[in-house]
Design a protein around this ligand. Structure first.
Ligand code: ZN
Length: 483
């Protein structure tokens, strides 16, 4: 092989072709594109406890796409302004991407931001507990727009340098699960009083004792720029559930979209062609929100708080960009698995409670909390024995991004950062599908909203099994197998 290479270079040299070949092929290339995925008005906004119709679009929803190419391997990262996306939407988008770009489906990471002001890409309500579903019109549209965005990003790829950074922004993240004084945790919708913690307790309440878990204050990011030149993209992740505070019936990308716009405006050449594309994925925020429970803040105008958070996080990431180290090489790799986790088991007593509760409910009134759970529990009891829960790990140079298809707790993200064989690692949640909340076994013992069947869909050991799979895949990528 060596002599053949030598002979080839000699003949190229003698024929004078080498002059144009002298420059080594670009070590790393990157391209970005943004697809609009705003739905028509009238669809049901899904972030609240009960859906309501979309009446106004405050700001457009997007699928932001980044493609990286190391000369051998390509990976794509997509962040969608959605509450989440059903596995079947991700499967269809990745199928279309593989068909049109030949980027392997396993190398495409697609996640939702968790904006609560979007219509559903999870499927028609009532939501089925199933890994496969026929797509409705909006889901098909989203899958196609994601695939087109990745294809366009590939078209505009160009030589790039890459850097990793992380900046602590603790002031916007609060653990929302609290231990409370004995006897002050309310009853569950199922009538029992077994919960030891309360999600979203009254802010400033004298009954608060302490949060039941940590926060992860880091904004992790991967930045791409033209060699020595302007930014191509910044892919970021912060562990904040969402901010909220939108107008009535509004569609909005929440702080995620505002962050992307704010970071863009901080670049002096932000409107160059092709444009800089910022991305904000959700880290691990299943138990984290933007409410300061100890010192409640006053009332704010619609969009005021989300703009404040977005602009502050963007400013901090922008200033962290000045101290990163740029490289022109980043070996790429990906691993993707679908885990056959068990759906949350519904025992006979609970199923009986659900049937009786539904039978008692008035057909005319708006369903109350117990009635909503009664429906969810009966559907959960009908789920097939196993899920196909997607988990994925990308290697981008010496950085590792893992993903889960659940609303994942901050401590799970912190554990991955600590145990990953890569020094620079972070998790992105709500990727490749949507499988409800993912409390750790410790939190199942504590109870609370995120652990109730119908809010949680998966077996209590799911977080442990997902972590094991992520670490195994990360170790494989660390071992240099990048196929
Ligand atoms: Zn949520």
């Amino acid at each position: 092989m060596r002599s053949l290479t030598f002979a080839l270079s000699l003949s190229l040299c003698c024929s004078g072709i080498l002059r144009s070949e002298e420059k080594a092929p670009p070590a790393l290339q990157a391209g970005t594109a943004t697809s609009n995925i705003t739905p028509p008005l009238g669809g049901e906004v899904v972030g609240g406890f009960l859906p309501f119709p979309a009446e106004h679009i405050h700001d457009e929803l997007h699928a932001r796409c980044l493609v990286l190419d190391d000369g051998t391997t390509r990976v794509a990262l997509v962040v969608c302004d959605l509450l989440g996306l059903h596995r079947s939407v991700a499967v269809e988008a990745r199928r279309l991407i593989e068909e049109t770009t030949r980027i392997p489906a396993s190398n495409v990471l697609i996640s939702g931001t968790h904006t609560h002001s979007a219509v559903s890409a999870l499927g028609d309500a009532p939501r089925p507990y199933a890994s496969d579903t026929a797509l409705n019109d909006y889901q098909r549209f989203v899958a196609r727009r994601i695939a087109d965005g990745v294809r366009r990003a590939l078209t505009v790829r160009r030589p790039a340098e890459i850097a990793f950074g992380s900046v602590e922004v603790p002031e916007h993240v609060f653990n929302r699960r609290w231990f409370m004084k004995e006897g002050t945790v309310p009853v569950t919708p199922f009538g029992g009083t077994t919960d030891k913690v309360k999600m979203n307790p009254p802010a400033g309440s004298p009954d608060l004792v302490e949060p039941a878990g940590p926060t992860d204050p880091a904004v992790s990011f991967i930045a791409l720029r033209e060699p020595g030149g302007r930014l191509i993209s910044v892919y970021s992740a912060y562990s904040l559930h969402y901010v909220g505070g939108v107008g009535p019936g509004h569609i909005s990308a929440d702080y995620y979209g505002m962050y992307c716009e704010a970071l863009k405006k901080l670049q002096k050449d932000y409107d160059s062609d092709p444009p800089f594309v910022a991305m904000m994925a959700n880290g691990t925020s299943g138990d984290i929100n933007n409410i300061n429970f100890v010192t409640p803040r006053g009332r704010k105008e619609p969009y005021e708080q989300m703009r404040y958070v977005a602009e502050d996080v963007a400013a901090k990431v922008n200033s962290a960009l000045t101290s990163v180290t740029w490289q022109d090489h980043a070996p790429l790799g990906a691993r993707y698995r679908e885990l056959g986790l068990a759906w949350r088991k519904v025992d006979e007593d609970l199923l009986q409670w659900a049937k009786e509760t539904e039978a008692k409910a008035s057909r005319l009134a708006k369903p109350d909390v117990p009635t909503v759970y009664a429906g969810r529990i009966q559907r959960l009891a009908l789920a097939s024995p196993e899920t196909k829960a997607p988990v994925q790990v990308l290697r981008i140079g010496d950085v590792c991004i893992g993903s889960t298809p659940c609303e994942t707790f901050a401590e799970t993200g912190l554990e991955f950062k600590k145990r990953s064989p890569f020094g620079k690692s972070f998790l992105v949640e709500l990727a490749g599908g949507y499988y409800g909340y993912l409390p750790t076994p410790r939190h199942f013992d504590l109870g609370g909203y995120e652990t109730w069947p119908g809010t949680n869909y998966l077996e209590p050991q799911a977080s442990v099994k997902i972590m094991d799979a992520l670490l195994e895949m990360a170790a494989e990528l660390k071992g240099g197998e990048t196929k």
